[in-house]
Design a protein around this ligand. Sequence first.
Ligand SMILES: C[S@@+](CC[C@H](N)C(=O)[O-])C[C@H]1O[C@@H](n2cnc3c(N)ncnc32)[C@H](O)[C@@H]1O
Length: 274
Amino acid sequence: MPRSGREEVLNWSRAYYARRASYYDLLAQRIGRDRETPRELEFLEFAFQTHATRKVREVLGIACGGGRHLVGLAQRGYRCTGRDLTPERIEAAKGRAARTRVSVNLEVGEATKVDYHEAFDAVLGLYILFLLPDDDAVKRCLNGVRKSLRSGGVFVCNIYNPFTLGKTWVVDAMRNRDSVEEQKAPGIRITEVQRTHDYDPVRGVVWVDETTVVEAHDGRHVFRDKGRARLLTYWDVEHYLKSAGFDEIECYPDWKVKRVKKPKAEQLVFVVRR
Ligand SMILES: C[S@@+](CC[C@H](N)C(=O)[O-])C[C@H]1O[C@@H](n2cnc3c(N)ncnc32)[C@H](O)[C@@H]1O
């Protein structure tokens, strides 16, 4: 079974996102709008309005990637700050903000080193917890998030649910099945083939070898990367949040603001208040 240290996992992540940053950005521009972003933005505003007991004005995104949420929120009038481990993704986020003519503070920084003192009304930790290397990293991340929030402010985070009734890459990974995803728009096509190996059913960890073929204006590129993901459950996240001092925890399956009779629960979205 592969062993990997914290630094190794961070380096894999950084390399993975660095190589794809400009192509993801181009794809988003050519598609015109990201597939999932509009409903996620709707959900975030719902969470701010329903769960915060203070008016949300200033928002921090840890692991903000190419800035799709923060730029969307800035367009809606929020003052936004974003951090990400990968410098190339921060550059992409700056480009997105400039194209959209909004101002967002953006800096390179690790999710485990968030150190603001009660400076934000809301913090977003979206599509990141599964990439943090170990328990200690998640704890340091959530402690930093809590310190950064003003009283009455909210933290929103999500996970891919390993117990889902739907079909997701997590389910494929647990069955050691390959998954293929193709995304295309005029002038760009990205095909990602993920092969899981050495799924660890005890610790809920998967190692992924990913081959990505990018066909774009600058030719055809093949990237081969490694990654490691932790398959967190509802109970893990609840435990982490409680340990960090968040005790009122709301969970929404699949970003749905209304109760669904039988949610597939492919993703679980948590909203907690400080
Ligand atoms: C799946 S993407 C999600 C990006 C963004 N939150 C979104 O939803 O579009 C994960 C991002 O996390 C960043 N990342 C990975 N490990 C990180 C860490 N330890 N600290 C900060 N960012 C990290 C990567 O560079 C990448 O941009």
